[in-house]
Design a protein around this ligand. Structure first.
Ligand SMILES: Cc1ncc(COP(=O)(O)O)c(C=O)c1O
Length: 368
């Protein structure tokens, strides 16, 4: 069965329709300013900053979450080939960013109850890592809020910089000094197509990240840092402005799907829901953990019933060909999650009947 044949696909992303974009596109026609921190990007960043409780100087929009993570690491100027401690339980982008920033990932496990890295896990790993540790990357598990103040305290205690991959954690995000990268990819709750924001409370660091996104130009048109081009265009910002105009509706739609999923799965045995699912922090995925069954045996049964599903983070990064040679600590929790976590269909317009259908399909698959 192909994805098109599925009755309930994994995702049906919904970005602002053309009519909502037109007023912003007309403004671009008027200004004839298409990139390089133009008025649309400026307005988009200002709106995002207000919404997230940041000052505009500490919110930087970039071309993708992956490149945002790379720049956030580079902003700390880590020694080449130093280790970046990173959970294996994340999307490939986190580990790619570490490598593109010339660091070596050292994979560690996550906490069983939150599915996330903790300062204690890193502190324990430091004893076995056989080289310099230049950074740590903590990752929000599918939109769960990250303990940003705890990570700032870790940085103060150890001196090791922390970068937070909060790709799916736009809603209700809290910020501290550590740079936090939130993706605006089409599959995220605030989607603009491709793009991301990096928020932090460290003005100097934000200025560096902005300069890194613009060829390393700091105060003049001459490369002072080893930068790249990671800017977003005025058109991407126009989509962002229209997406913010309809954010209240988008948010309510995801909140409704969340509540309905929580109710639907409350009585399903042999399944637990991903940690910290809450209508306070809406997300665009719904992950469950199968107790006593492997994801790979259940997903084909869901597909037979016309239901899309995906192991969003596969079996963990350490199992992926690009990273399997990378050093690691023991990963028992990641191994268990990699075998048992499945993402189920979510979209802004998923109906209650569809959610009940998904729940029934999972329950049926589990008794076969
Ligand atoms: C945990 C995590 N990190 C990083 C990314 C990369 O974000 P982007 O697709 O904007 O590059 C994603 C994307 O889904 C992600 O889930």
């Amino acid at each position: 069965m192909t994805t098109q044949d599925l009755r309930i696909p994994l995702m049906r992303p919904l970005l602002p329709k053309a009519d909502l974009l037109v007023p912003y596109l007309r403004k671009i026609d008027q200004t004839r300013w298409y990139s390089n921190f133009g008025p649309m990007v400026d307005a988009f960043e200002a709106r995002l900053a207000t919404m997230l409780g940041l000052s505009q100087e500490t919110l930087v929009c970039v071309a993708s979450g992956t490149v945002g993570l790379t720049l956030a690491i580079k902003a700390f100027e880590p020694k080449p080939d130093a280790y970046c401690v990173i959970p294996s339980w994340t999307f490939a982008a986190s580990a790619h960013a570490v490598r593109w920033a010339q660091m070596r990932p050292w994979f560690v496990d996550v906490d069983e109850s939150t599915w996330m890295l903790t300062p204690d896990i890193v502190l324990r790993a430091l004893d076995e890592i056989d080289g310099p540790v230049g950074a740590v990357m903590a990752v929000s598990a599918f939109g769960a809020p990250v303990d940003v103040t705890g990570w700032d305290a870790f940085r103060q205690e150890t001196g090791i910089p922390v970068i937070i991959d909060a790709a799916a954690a736009f809603d209700g995000a809290q910020f501290a000094a550590a740079p936090q990268v939130i993706s605006l990819h089409a599959t995220k709750v605030l989607g603009i197509g491709e793009g991301a924001l990096i928020g932090s409370r460290d003005t100097t660091l934000s200025a560096r990240m902005r300069a890194l996104s613009n060829f390393g130009f700091v105060s003049r048109r001459e490369a002072e840092l080893a930068g790249t081009n990671a800017k977003i265009s005025e058109y991407a910002a126009a989509v962002g402005m229209a997406a913010l105009d309809r954010w209240p509706e988008t948010r309510s739609a995801f909140a409704l799907a969340t509540v309905r999923y929580q109710d639907a799965f409350a009585g399903v045995e042999a399944v637990t829901m991903a940690p910290a699912i809450s209508e306070q922090h809406v997300r665009s995925t719904f992950n469950i953990r199968l107790l006593g069954r492997r994801a790979e045996t259940v997903m084909p049964l869901l597909a037979e019933q016309g239901i899309g599903s995906r192991q969003w983070w596969g079996q963990g990064c350490h199992k992926m060909p690009a990273f399997q040679e990378m050093p690691r600590s023991a990963l028992p929790v990641t191994e268990a999650l990699g075998e048992s976590v499945i993402g189920l269909p979510v979209s802004q317009d998923i109906s209650l009947a569809e959610i009940c259908d998904v729940r029934d399909a999972v329950a049926n698959a589990l008794i076969r």
